[in-house]
Design a protein around this ligand. Structure first.
Ligand SMILES: N[C@@H](CCC(=O)N[C@@H](CS)C(=O)NCC(=O)O)C(=O)O
Length: 206
């Protein structure tokens, strides 16, 4: 099996961190996003969305979407359980994962597409809308505040145990800080405490 990957992209990192937490090694194939390798007919045949990550199985089946790829590995290697160990944990982890994808990833993604780095590296690819960026920057900071409140009540984002929600949220916040100039405010001390803990896990290097 092969994982189609690109080192600085946050979505493939979600899978790499998850695999590192499970101790699973998978062959990686670099897809150069700058060279548009993800838009070739060969790659579009693997993922009609023209995006990475993609996990290609030995029989040619291609699994796209970071969460779906992680679920596949969770089914094969259930331990440690990163999608929950009982029905309540599973439901809560699913709920928090949907929230970070539908709210936090969406807001940061909108700020990214409408921001200065994309204007430079993908000039002309998107019609940039400054008002959309202002709105999604504000939505990102609101979401950080809400995470800070939640992390005042529990150790990790979906409970007291580390889960896929922590892995994926770390990846998008690191990306927001490094590439979108959207760092969480310094006074969000619970979020800061959690980020330090995430960064100290060996999987953060993935
Ligand atoms: N929902 C998808 C998002 C994948 C995604 O946006 N990947 C980015 C890299 S981080 C990509 O391939 N962007 C290139 C493009 O959209 O053209 C997932 O979770 O896998």
């Amino acid at each position: 099996m092969k994982l189609y990957d690109y080192h600085t992209a946050p979505n493939p990192r979600r899978v790499r961190v998850f695999l590192a937490e499970k101790g699973i090694e998978v062959e990686k194939v670099n897809i150069d996003l700058m060279a548009q390798e993800h838009k070739t007919p060969e790659f579009l045949a693997k993922n009609i969305n023209g995006q990475i990550p993609v996990l290609e199985l030995d029989d040619g089946t291609c699994i796209c979407e970071s969460v779906s790829i992680c679920r596949y590995f969770e089914s094969i290697y259930p331990q440690p359980a990163l999608f929950g160990a009982n029905p309540v944990e599973m439901a809560l982890i699913d709920m928090h994962l949907r929230r970070i994808e539908l709210q936090l990833f969406r807001a940061i993604g909108t700020s990214w597409v409408n921001g200065p780095v994309v204007a430079k590296v993908a000039a002309g690819r998107f019609k940039q809308i400054p008002e959309a960026k202002a709105q999604s920057d504000a939505a990102t900071h609101d979401y950080y505040k809400r995470m800070d409140r939640e992390l005042g009540e529990r150790v990790m984002l979906a409970g007291n145990e580390y889960s896929v929600v922590d892995a994926h949220a770390m990846c998008i916040i690191d990306f927001a800080e490094q590439m979108v100039d959207l760092s969480p405010a310094d006074e969000l001390s619970n979020l800061k405490r959690w980020r330090v803990e995430m960064a100290s896990r060996p999987s953060a290097q993935a």
